[in-house]
Write a protein that binds this ligand. Structure first.
Ligand code: 2AM
Length: 192
């Protein structure tokens, strides 16, 4: 008789919490973390470490190895264009007590990338379609009790030339993110 407990553990080991994201370099992350620091001043809040700052394109949740392989094949089949992002504003979502940074204008190449990725993940791999409109943002801090008064920022320019797949592990110190795949945005299709 198969050992069901062992099988379950083995399968559980292969499951990962994954999401697709845009990942800025350390300099951009540092500049944005500094903006968060200044905006929050000494207010109580849970600021994210600079190295965790990113824009989520598509959240996959806990997936097994086959589903991850499908998501990776889907990513490889996309033909996204590179684009420039100007992160020029902070915002506050009172329902989530969340302080974020983002672009005032979302480039159409970014809208398209997020939409194409979501659509392909749904049709090829069976993921649910995201019902909410895509809102490009980097979460800077959580548990922010109210809108900080100083949210004007010096724009941070970010040339985006790739998107990544990230594994998230939650420990006592918060989330640890590891980039486990990356795809260039070159404007070429897989068959070019
Ligand atoms: P947030 O920063 O707006 O909370 C890793 O957790 C990333 O995935 C974060 O950027 C987070 O967005 C996003 N995320 C977490 N849970 C999610 C969910 N259920 N649906 C969509 N995005 C989610």
């Amino acid at each position: 008789m198969p050992n069901i407990c062992a099988m379950t553990d083995e399968n559980a080991d292969q499951r990962q919490r994954l999401f697709f994201a845009l990942w800025p370099d350390a300099e951009i992350q540092g500049a944005l973390a500094e903006h968060a620091c200044q905006a929050l001043d000494r207010r109580r809040a849970r600021r994210l470490p600079a190295e965790n700052l990113h824009i989520t394109l598509a959240f996959l949740g806990e997936v097994d190895a086959d589903t991850r392989a499908c998501a990776e094949a889907t990513a490889a089949g996309l033909s996204g264009e590179p684009f420039g992002l100007s992160i020029d504003r902070l915002g506050y979502w009172p329902q989530k007590n969340l302080l974020w940074a983002g672009p005032s204008t979302t480039p159409s190449a970014l809208e398209r990338l997020a939409a194409d990725l979501g659509e392909a993940l749904a049709s090829d791999c069976g993921f649910e379609r995201e019902q909410r409109a895509f809102k490009a943002h980097l979460t800077l801090a959580r548990k922010v009790p109210k809108m900080p008064p100083r949210i004007a920022i010096e724009p941070v320019d970010w040339p985006v030339e790739r998107f990544v797949l990230v594994a998230s592990e939650t420990g006592p110190q918060g989330a640890t993110y590891t980039i486990v795949g990356e795809w260039p945005l070159t404007g070429d299709t897989a068959s070019d």
